[in-house]
Design a protein around this ligand. Structure first.
Ligand code: ADP
Ligand code: MG
Length: 295
């Protein structure tokens, strides 16, 4: 793609003024920065090439480079209101800089950690999430690491999906049509990933969306255990309970999303026609997300 410029020298510091640290991920640090020419705010995700190759001794350096190239090509092809835009990629000898759309409102996770959200507000975010995920799936892109930490909010209260580092594109799917890499975050992984028999990227994203919706509306995880094996067992069995305060429509919808059988699990297409998903939001949702009022 033409928005990807790989420079041999460190071009970042003439072009962008790097400011405060916004967050840390598994392999990356994300900083606020300003485009020197336009004054526009951006987020710069810095990946240390050396750190990458030394922290993962089982992977070859070529394998890691392929991962990064994959993240670049995937993100640069996504243009959607609910997906963090990739402006450009710069590289020096030791670092790779992803220049991203700056998302001001922080992580959705921070909001949930203060307490569960109303069903209306949860629906507001969930619809945006499904819009982004449906768009990606129609392009053969699966996120595979959907969780509240990777969902950012802009200052208008819109959700933006970030972190496509673990996505796979359709052309990387094996001839049997299934993805085989074991990845994702334990609490959000679909049961079929745990059996390591191969899985459908679209179906595992739907499962993660179900976990996210549960977390938004309950305020805690549907499957949780300090012991990893016990956690896996709960996920595999699909053992979860809906709290009393949830509406019957929401409970039924969550059971369709968190169906352990990927063949009968609700699809994105069916989600769009679900009664809970389709229900019109009351005005209290707007007030809740914007305490300043609507004017
Ligand atoms: P990793 O791939 O290493 O997990 P992420 O892309 O998830 O890194 O970024 C780590 C953190 O940095 C995020 O959880 C978020 O807090 C912050 N962050 C990432 N991208 C942006 C952005 N575009 N705007 C604002 N903050 C961001
Ligand atoms: Mg992340």
């Amino acid at each position: 793609p033409n928005n990807i410029i790989i420079n041999n020298r460190d071009a970042l510091f003439g072009k962008y003024e790097v400011g405060r640290l916004l967050g840390c991920g598994a392999f990356a640090k994300v900083y606020h920065a300003r485009d020197v020419r336009t004054g526009q705010s951006v987020a710069v995700k810095v990946i240390n090439k050396k750190k990458l190759s030394s922290s993962s001794s089982t992977s070859t350096s070529t394998g890691l480079a392929a991962n990064i190239k994959r993240e670049i090509s995937i993100m640069s092809r996504l243009h959607h209101a609910n997906i963090v835009r990739l402006h450009e990629v710069l590289a020096s000898k030791s670092k790779i800089y992803f220049v991203l759309e700056f998302v001001k409102g922080g992580e959705l996770f921070a909001k949930v950690s203060k307490g569960r959200l109303s069903e209306d507000l949860s629906r507001h975010y969930f619809r945006q999430l499904i819009s982004a995920v449906g768009y990606c799936h129609s392009r053969g892109v699966f996120h595979r690491d959907l969780k509240p930490e990777n969902l950012l909010l802009d200052d208008a209260g819109n959700l933006k999906v970030s972190d496509f580092g673990l996505s796979a594109v359709r052309d990387q799917i094996r001839p049997d049509g299934l993805l085989h890499t074991l990845c994702g975050t334990p609490a959000y992984v679909a049961p079929e990933i745990l059996t390591k028999r191969g899985y459908d990227g679209a179906k595992v994203d739907v499962w993660s969306c179900g976990v996210i919706l549960y977390v938004l509306t309950a305020g805690y995880l549907p499957f949780n255990d300090p012991n990893l094996m016990a956690l896996y067992k709960k996920i595999y069995k699909g053992e979860f309970r809906c709290p009393r305060w949830m509406s019957p429509d929401l409970k039924r919808f969550l059971h369709r999303l968190l169906d352990t059988n990927p063949d009968t699990r609700i699809t994105i297409h069916e989600i769009l026609r679900d009664p809970w998903f389709k229900k019109p939001n009351s005005s209290s949702c707007r007030r809740e997300k914007d305490p300043q009022g609507q004017g």
